[in-house]
Unconditional design. Sequence first.
Length: 360
Amino acid sequence: MIKFLDNKLFRYLSVFLFLNSAILPVKSSSALAAWAIKTNGVLEFRTKSNTNLKAYFQKANQISGDRFWVDFPGELKNPRTINGNGPIKEIRLGKPNKGKTRLVIEFKKETYLKPLSWKLVGIDQNRWRIKLFDPKYQFEKIGEGVVEKKKIFKANQNSIPQRKSEYRYLKLPEVKQNKFLVVIDPGHGGPDPGAIGIGGIRETDVVLEVSKIVEKLLTEKGVKVRLTRKNEIDLDLPPRVSFANNTDADIFVSIHANASRGKRRDINGLETFYYRGWRGRLLAKKIQKQILRVSPGSPDRGVKQGRFYVIKNTRMPAVLVEIGFLTGRLDARRLEKTTHRKRLAYAITKGILEYLNKVG
Ligand SMILES: [Zn+2]
């Protein structure tokens, strides 16, 4: 929600809506799909999902009347001007610079607007509303396209949390369907709980939950997934490796959480290991980058070469991810929450998909 502030010193005012950081590629088409100024003076518009908007207001000057405009990512095909009625002089759709779309509403000179009370509100994932004026006389609706069009969710998106701004910054890339097989290895299990952290939090539980979410997300993207374990069983390292080597898996990802010696609460951070090859290293880099994004403040311990059994003996590109320190104050507090585990799972999935897209 944005309030428009009227400041005499800064007649030029810009407001940024950071709903997420997904930025469309420069050459993509306009993110503006439809717009309408309704008879009650409300502007509504529909965009692509995950759109960053910038909205501006400028007071009238010698050349033009009051103007309100919104910039959208993506390039408009046909710049055009539409005649207004009532207090609106005209609406212009243009491309202020390459790869952008601008919707300008210019008011007639005598119009009295109250931008102080304006609020641009997101009413949906892809719909927006702002009350611009109270029509004194009859005002005829102006617009293009259908604003109310319902977004059709693909079946596989139902399970992805849709709550505003929660995971959308982690929009997952598309990959070729049914082409890839990924083995996910949740560390430890059964009588071996792995690391035990603050408040008794157990590595085996954390990594199993994260792994299962990764499995679900990858499956929804058309990637085949095999888990080395699906529940609390005692699984030694050699069977994990032979399991992976007996498949045609493209990659192997082992998921772990860390503990520091002496259980030092000041030690936090994320790290990803590979054993050999540029592919393993690339996969590690992609995953490390994404898990850091969802763990602000937690140190980047880097992408490193490590001689862990499971990544040393698997034949495909393999990595071992440490998603945080269960003994660290910052990491443990997060890792005990399902929301953070989901974010980490998204991040790992994103890293995997990016890798598959690049190398696959
Ligand atoms: Zn471990």
